[in-house]
Design a protein around this ligand. Structure first.
Ligand code: SAM
Length: 285
């Protein structure tokens, strides 16, 4: 059977049958180009030995491709009204389990153990067209919990993709860039125009890949302190770093540490790499 779940006629027929209306607050912008779910699956290198967690299946266009390629799929959808729809559209896949829950409240480590590891599936990935209002908490939650995930392939807003995947100091950078870089190798896989969604969102998107790292790329003596510095530096990013982190460290100490590192005393956060922040925090702590 072909995946017709991106076909606008099919989407409208499902909406009529179930009286479904898109919820803006749940970030419901559904895919209408079948090539995108296929490409997400291809680029995630999913095979029958792979277990997949999908966040927000919607009507199931990505779920369909995931179930066709993977060993087992667990799709977590917050919207109760979509559960009967998913039963209709992808319920025939025997390797699929749909869970009606808020992904942010799920114990993902137990889910991985119960649904995959205990069934002999050791390779687990996350795939999703993410609801945009919770992109960062979802990604940071997956990375901070140090889950046994081989990769995370997700669609996010284009600006967020650029921020998360910025690989050198630039205006695109934010505290979150460094928090992600500390835990994963990131890459923008391909752009997706806003016209590929229904309803059409205000901005374009991109699919990104995050590969969790076993070891962080820098050795912070005190990880918590390094991120306190990073957050302080970016919370007032227009100020010089010395002034922005004054609430955490005296201006004299910060300026002298920057000099020791060969960095200018009036440098701003967005000119500093993760390594610079790590070295700075190692001197200051
Ligand atoms: N995968 C579908 C597609 O590509 O057409 C739908 C993607 S839509 C951008 C995001 C989906 O995430 C919606 O189905 C929405 O109901 C669901 N969602 C929103 N918040 C969620 C949460 N906290 N936990 C799980 N699912 C959520």
């Amino acid at each position: 059977m072909e995946n017709v779940l991106c076909d606008i006629k099919v989407i409208n027929a499902i909406r009529n049958k179930y009286g479904f209306s898109f919820s803006k607050s749940l970030g419901q912008n559904f895919l209408i180009d079948p090539e995108i779910p296929r490409e997400i699956v291809r680029q995630s290198e999913i095979d029958k030995n792979t277990g997949v967690i999908e966040i927000g299946p919607g009507f199931g266009p990505l779920t369909y491709e995931l179930c066709s390629a993977a060993g087992r799929v667990v799709a977590v959808e917050i919207d109760k009204s979509l559960i009967p729809v998913l039963d209709d559209t992808v319920g025939h896949f025997e390797n699929l389990k749909v869970v009606n829950a808020d992904f942010l409240k799920i114990d993902a480590a137990s889910l991985i153990e119960e649904e995959f590891t205990s069934r002999g599936i050791d390779r687990v990935v996350v795939c999703a067209n993410l609801p945009y209002y919770i992109t960062t908490p979802i990604i940071m939650g997956l990375l901070e919990k140090k889950l046994p995930l081989e990769r995370i392939t997700v669609m996010v807003q284009k600006e967020v993709a650029e921020r998360l995947c910025a690989d050198k100091p630039s205006r695109d950078m934010g505290a979150v860039t460094l928090a992600v870089q500390y835990r994963a190798k990131t890459e923008i896989l391909f752009p997706v125009g806003k016209e590929k969604f229904m309803p059409v969102p205000k901005v374009d998107s991109a699919v990104i890949s995050l590969i969790p790292l076993e070891q962080p790329p820098v050795q912070a003596k005190n990880e918590k302190f390094m991120f306190t510095l990073i957050k302080a530096a970016y919370s007032q990013r227009r100020k010089t770093l010395v002034n922005a982190v004054a609430g955490v460290c005296s201006k004299e100490n910060t300026a002298s540490a920057l000099r020791r590192l060969g960095l200018s005393a009036d440098i701003r956060a967005e000119r500093m790499s993760l390594e610079d922040f790590c070295n700075l925090s190692n001197i200051l702590k």
